[in-house]
Design a protein around this ligand. Structure first.
Ligand code: ZN
Ligand code: ZN
Length: 358
C-alpha cells in the first residue's frame, strides 16, 4: 500500500497495521476533535457524489414508469422490497451491529438467521465483512483503513479520487483482512464459519429465490424474469450503493453531531434507505451502541428491529445509548431520543442529557 499522510495528524505518516485488532469497542477514540480543517463542499464534489450515487439511482427510478405494465408489476415491487429489507437488515442489524460490534446478544436461532440474511446482500461472507469492518474502525480515516475517502489527501482532487476509492475502488484492492486477527470470536463458532463458507450457495439463493417466487406467483416465465431483474439484480445493486455510501458519503459529508477524531458524519437523507446506518457519526463516536440514530427524531429502522427482538426475548443485553457515555461527545443541543438508557452506568460529567421520546 502506498504511504499516505495521517489525516488526523498532518505532517506525519502513520505506521502500518501492526498490532492485533481488538473488537471495535477498544478502538473508541477518547481524543478531542482533530484540528484538520473541515473541507467545504465544492460544486465539483457535489457533482462527483451525484455521479456515483444519485445519477444511477435516478436513472433507475426513471426506468420504472417506462417498464411499468410490461417489464415491471406490483409483484416485482413487493418481492424486491421484501428481499431489500431481509438482506439490508441482515447487514445493518446482523453483520454490522451484532457480529462486528456486539451491540447486543442474540439467541442461537436469531444469530444464524442474521448470518444468513446478511449473506443474501452479496457483500461478501460474514467473516470477511466483519474483518474488513473491524479494521475500518481500528484505523478509521488513517493508514490501514480499507476504505477511507481521505486516503489520498484532503485537497479537491485527492478527495474526488478518495470518494471513488471508498465507494467502490477499495474492493478491487488485492489486500485481504486477516480473519484470525480481526474476528477470532467468529472463527471459534463452527456454525458461523459454515455459513461463511456457504456464501457462494447463498449468493445463488439470493438471486434465484426472487425469480422462483415471481414465477410461481404469476405462474409465468415472464414473472420469473421480471422478478429476477428487479428483485435480484436491481435490489442487490441498489443495496450495494447504499452500503458503499456509508463508506464514501458518510465519511465526507454530513453533520458532526458527536465529537470524533475521524471524518465520520451523520447523513439524514440516507437514513431510511440505509436502515439507520447513515447515522455514522454517532456510530464512530460510540461503535457498540445499538441505536445509531441516537438523537431525537433520527429514524433508525435496524435499532427498532433490535428493540422488537429484545421485546420478544430473542435479543438481550442490548447496548442502548448511554447518556453518561454520549454526554461529553455531543456537539450541539439536540437531545437523545427513545431507547436511551434511563439509568446511566456511570454519572454524567457535564450537563446531563435527559432522554426524551423520539
Ligand atoms: Zn461499524
Ligand atoms: Zn465508518
Amino acid at each position: 500500500m502506498t504511504a499516505v499522510t495521517d489525516v488526523t495528524n498532518p505532517g506525519t505518516t502513520s505506521s502500518p497495521a501492526a498490532s492485533d485488532g481488538p473488537p471495535a469497542a477498544a478502538t473508541e477514540r477518547k481524543a478531542p476533535l482533530n484540528d484538520l480543517r473541515d473541507t467545504q463542499k465544492g460544486t465539483g464534489e457535489k457533482v462527483l457524489v451525484g455521479v456515483f450515487v444519485a445519477v444511477p439511482l435516478l436513472a433507475l427510478v426513471a426506468a420504472i414508469p417506462l417498464a411499468w405494465g410490461w417489464g415491471l408489476g406490483w409483484h416485482d415491487v413487493v418481492i424486491a422490497l421484501v428481499f431489500y429489507y431481509i438482506s439490508g437488515l441482515g447487514i445493518s442489524m446482523g453483520f454490522h451491529r451484532y457480529f462486528t460490534h456486539l451491540s447486543f446478544k442474540a439467541k442461537p436461532g436469531l444469530r444464524v438467521a442474521l448470518a444468513i440474511a446478511g449473506s443474501l446482500a452479496i457483500e461478501g461472507p460474514v467473516l470477511t465483512w466483519v474483518a474488513d469492518h473491524r479494521r475500518h474502525h481500528k484505523y478509521s480515516d488513517r493508514e490501514g483503513d480499507p476504505h477511507s475517502p481521505w486516503r489520498f489527501g484532503d485537497d479537491w482532487k485527492a478527495l474526488s479520487k478518495g470518494l471513488a476509492w471508498a465507494h467502490i475502488g477499495w474492493m478491487f484492492n488485492g489486500n485481504r483482512t486477516s480473519r484470525e486477527k480481526f474476528c477470532p470470536d467468529l472463527l471459534a463458532d463452527r456454525k458461523i464459519v459454515r455459513i461463511s463458507d456457504w456464501f457462494p450457495a447463498l449468493v445463488v439463493a439470493s438471486l434465484l429465490a426472487p425469480a422462483l417466487i415471481g414465477g410461481l406467483w404469476s405462474w409465468s416465465w415472464q414473472g420469473a424474469v421480471t422478478a429476477f431483474f428487479w428483485a435480484s439484480l436491481v435490489r442487490v445493486a441498489f443495496l450495494h450503493h447504499i452500503t458503499w455510501s456509508i463508506n464514501s458519503i458518510c465519511h465526507t459529508f454530513g453533520k458532526e453531531e458527536f465529537e470524533v477524531r475521524d471524518k465520520s458524519r451523520n447523513v439524514n437523507w440516507l437514513a431510511i434507505l440505509s436502515f439507520g446506518e447513515s447515522w455514522h457519526n454517532l456510530h464512530h463516536a460510540d461503535p457498540t451502541c445499538a441505536r445509531h440514530g441516537a438523537l431525537r427524531g433520527q429514524i433508525d429502522i435496524a435499532a427498532r428491529l433490535i428493540w422488537f427482538a429484545e421485546k420478544l426475548g430473542w435479543a438481550y443485553d442490548v447496548r442502548w445509548p448511554d447518556p453518561a457515555r454520549l454526554n461529553g461527545k455531543l456537539t450541539g443541543t439536540r437531545r437523545l431520543g427513545s431507547m436511551t438508557r434511563r439509568t446511566p452506568a456511570v454519572p454524567a460529567k457535564k450537563q446531563p442529557i435527559r432522554p426524551g421520546a423520539a
